[in-house]
Design a protein around this ligand. Structure first.
Ligand code: UTP
Length: 288
């Protein structure tokens, strides 16, 4: 059973400067909740309650978010605002949170390898919180955990992207097992559109088998001088051990301004528009 989920959150978030100069990209709110909380909620829905963060300098707000703030809680105790903390309180109760630091930023593969100390020798989930996913039926990670039970190998979530966008993604090709499943035979990191072997792009959800750590240790820096998870996955794929899954649901690339705004509008309409204006019922003047 998969219990652990790794959140690499050490990146600089340069596309969101200046907002991310002193604040982690993963703490940017989509309406009233930081991106990283959506990600943890998704992991918990999939049964992954041992949460590990690969953090970096300037990311301490993430640790504080997944901790109790006694002063604040005291301040709003007994007011209508208390319920606004219900979701995060529940996560804090249900999960354990562990942290390790990626001292120098050498890419996603390197961040995942840094997380080895939090994972050990078992299969685990990886969530890139700037990809915000809403699954149809079950959460995207829950859909993937189910597939891992069936195939017992690494699972990557994929989505068809416009051919002009392939240079932003790891791109896979594979043998089709069904409309939504492919046994991966090749993958390329961020190919130019004219070199992309398909338009099936890996998004920020993975289930990885622990042999990936030894592979990552031997993986030299690839594209952009970074250690790429795609290169390590390709090694697993050559042994027939990577399944690409066209997930059921919707994903927003909140690492871009456009995706971030789109996600904000979507979440406001879906979760907030109907009760706008009556969500907060202040009970005392001091706390309103
Ligand atoms: P991104 O490349 O999307 O994030 O990495 P970034 O580098 O922070 O963003 P930009 O491009 O500068 O705007 C995907 C995820 O992997 C993490 C990031 O924090 C992000 O959540 N990451 C990336 C690491 O933890 N370490 C790395 O070395 C690279």
């Amino acid at each position: 059973m998969i219990k652990k989920c790794l959140f690499p959150v050490a990146g600089y978030g340069t596309r969101f400067l200046p907002a991310t100069k002193a604040m982690p990209k993963e703490m940017l709110p989509i309406v009233d909740k930081p991106l990283v909380q959506y990600g943890v909620e998704e992991a918990v829905e999939a049964g992954l309650t041992e949460i590990g963060f690969v953090t970096g300098r300037g990311k301490r707000a993430i640790e504080d978010h997944f901790d109790t703030n006694y002063e604040l809680e005291h301040q709003i105790q007994g007011t209508g605002k208390e319920k606004l903390l219900g979701g995060i309180r529940e996560l804090i109760e249900r999960c354990t949170f562990s942290y390790t630091r990626q001292i120098s930023i050498h890419g996603l593969g390197h961040a995942i390898l840094t997380g080895r100390t939090l994972i050990g020798d078992e299969a685990f989930g990886v969530v890139l919180a700037d990809d915000l996913c809403f699954g149809e039926g079950a959460s995207v990670l829950a859909q993937m955990v189910k597939l891992h039970r069936q195939f017992r190998c690494s699972i990557v979530a994929i989505e068809e992207v416009p051919h002009t966008e392939t240079h932003n993604y790891g791109i896979v090709v594979g043998e089709a097992l069904s409309d939504s499943l492919f046994r991966v035979t090749d993958m390329v990191e961020k190919p130019a559109p004219d070199r992309a072997p398909s338009n099936l792009a890996i998004i920020g959800r993975y289930i990885l088998t622990p042999d990936v750590f030894n592979i990552l240790e031997q993986t030299p820096p690839g594209k952009n001088g970074e250690i790429q998870i795609t290169d390590a996955l390709l090694r697993q794929a050559r042994d027939g051990c990577v399944i690409a899954y066209k997930f059921k649901g919707r994903r927003f690339d909140c690492g871009t301004l456009e995706g971030f705004v789109e996600a904000t509008n979507y979440c406001y309409q879906r979760f907030h528009a109907s009760d706008a204006g009556q969500r907060v019922v202040p009970m005392s003047r001091g706390a309103s």
